[in-house]
Design a protein around this ligand. Structure first.
Ligand SMILES: Cc1cc2nc3c(=O)[nH]c(=O)nc-3n(C[C@H](O)[C@H](O)[C@H](O)COP(=O)(O)OP(=O)(O)OC[C@H]3O[C@@H](n4cnc5c(N)ncnc54)[C@H](O)[C@@H]3O)c2cc1C
Length: 461
């Protein structure tokens, strides 16, 4: 535990007394993330510059206390939790959009900028930043970089790593480096930008992000296809992509998920459906009309019971309402969820969902699945009541079997949420001992005293 002396004298001296919190009520606000697990830090600091972060990290190395970077705390794998106590470095006050360069299609932001706010700002200039995690109203750009966040638009536009051109990073030992460049191309030395993106706040604290932008697509078209057989929906999703139409989103929801959304029947959807695809295309007006017709035909050829194309903004909102309502409405099934973000090759989605359902049945568990069919990333939800210990233990066994199934299908155990503490016990199922060893060595070189975000990713470090 961090001594009062260090907090009151050294840390407060670096950061100023208005930028440090130590009362229990304040610490509780920074003790959890979306996993709903709680670990109390010793202090929370709100730096405003890389140089303050550098001094905090140098002090941490000298005194041997843990430092944990935090954006909005919306992570699903426990990455921002101070599992070994120490100081939370909240980046929320470093939230300035430093530059939007419309001539060169780049932007530079501080890490605490909220993703949705950044998107709105660039869109005002006719520009586009595609990565769209469903948490975009509150998650931060720094958190997105640290987790390499994706979202529904990944199927066409890729994920955060595809837009990060360079970074300013304070290393665990307190030195500051710049990686990449403010240009689309740069191959000078090892690609430290890619190393940092997705490193889950364990290799450095990101203090500036250089981003690539695109021109804003002229228009979008949204449609909903309803299926009575889940395999037909999965086949339609595969056929859409293989017909060389790449939608900007291609979302899948199974019966278990849809049935939680109160209004779906009042929205005119049949009560007995097995799966729904929510599909959006974007681009030139003429092109998307043709693409929407092409997609409708593919869905009907795959026995869609109905394909509804939104005629105006109100209908678009209504269709997305079903998708957005799913995650919160799952609480109707059970109070807690174990949320896995597995990815399989698109064509294996039916095998994955059938397999997951069989595993859930074997362990007598409630299960609902939805996600990004376009890139094979399915959110598998095992719904439990944590107070039921026996059910929790059955769920743990089921998760391990689900990961085995996914890896057997040529997939990966996490497409978006990272390892953190939630998937730490399973990392060895996907990565070889040698690969894990290389990663641990990288961590040791950059963070010899193990002070930055300890207790994450690797079971023993
Ligand atoms: C309702 C909901 C929907 C979601 N939907 C999606 C989705 O569609 N796609 C998706 O990918 N994720 C999704 N997420 C997960 C989460 O929002 C993302 O992982 C997001 O990137 C986390 O951002 P954050 O600012 O909340 O980071 P935090 O949760 O605070 O931190 C996440 C990790 O990043 C590190 N970190 C934060 N800032 C920095 C920094 N400046 N430098 C270094 N490390 C840092 C932390 O230490 C931690 O390891 C969702 C979460 C919720 C609750």
């Amino acid at each position: 535990m961090l001594s009062q002396g260090i907090i009151e004298k050294e840390l407060t001296h670096i950061i100023g007394k208005d930028n440090i919190q130590t009362s229990k009520e304040d610490l509780i606000c920074y003790s959890y993330d979306a996993t709903n697990q709680k670990f109390l830090p010793d202090a929370v600091v709100f730096p405003k510059s890389a140089s303050e972060i550098s001094l905090i990290l140098k002090l941490a190395n000298q005194e041997g206390f843990p430092v944990v970077p935090r954006g909005a705390g919306s992570g699903f794998s426990g990455g921002s939790l101070p599992v070994k106590g120490g100081v939370i470095v909240s980046l929320e006050r470093m939230n300035t959009i430093l530059k939007i360069d419309a001539d060169n299609l780049i932007a530079i932001v501080e890490p605490g900028v909220v993703t949705g706010d950044f998107q709105e700002e660039v869109e005002k200039l006719g520009l586009f930043y595609p990565p769209d995690p469903s948490s975009l109203r509150f998650c931060t750009m720094g958190g997105n970089v640290a987790e390499c966040a994706g979202g529904p638009r990944a199927v066409k536009y890729g994920v955060t790593k595809d837009y990060v051109l360079g970074l300013e990073v304070v290393l665990p030992t307190g030195e500051t480096i710049n990686t990449g460049a403010q240009t689309i191309k740069s191959v000078v030395g090892y690609d430290l930008t890619k190393l940092m993106v997705g490193s889950e706040g364990t290799l450095g604290i990101v203090t500036k992000i250089i981003l690539k932008l695109l021109p804003l697509p002229e228009a979008t078209k949204t449609m909903l296809a309803v299926f009575q057989d889940m395999k037909d929906a999965a086949r339609a999703a595969t056929n859409i992509i293989s017909s060389k139409i790449i939608p900007s989103t291609l979302e899948f929801m199974d019966r278990g998920s849809i049935s939680c959304v109160d209004d779906y029947v009042s929205m005119g959807l049949p009560a007995d459906i097995e799966a729904v695809l929510l599909i959006e295309v974007d681009g030139d007006r003429g092109l998307i009309e043709n693409q929407a017709e092409g997609i409708k035909k593919i869905c009907l050829d795959n026995r869609a019971r109905e394909v509804r194309i939104a005629g105006d903004k109100k209908e678009v909102k209504q269709l997305w309402q079903i998708r957005r309502a799913i995650s919160p409405s799952l609480a109707k099934l059970k109070p807690n969820k174990i949320n896995e973000d597995i990815v399989v090759p698109r064509s294996k989605i039916p095998d994955a969902i059938i397999g997951v359902r069989e595993i859930a049945k074997k362990y007598n568990l409630t299960n609902a699945n939805f996600g990004h069919a376009g890139d094979g990333n399915i959110h598998v939800n095992i719904m439990i009541d944590k107070s039921d210990r026996a059910e929790f233990l059955r769920a743990e066994k089921a998760v391990k079997e689900i990961f085995k199934l996914v890896l057997g299908l040529g997939g990966t155990i996490s497409g978006e949420h990272g390892i953190g503490i939630s998937k730490m016990p399973y990392i060895g199922m996907e990565l070889s001992h040698t690969a894990i060893d290389v990663m641990k060595k990288i961590k040791q070189v950059l963070d010899p005293k193990g002070i930055l975000n300890p207790g994450k990713i690797f079971p023993k470090l």
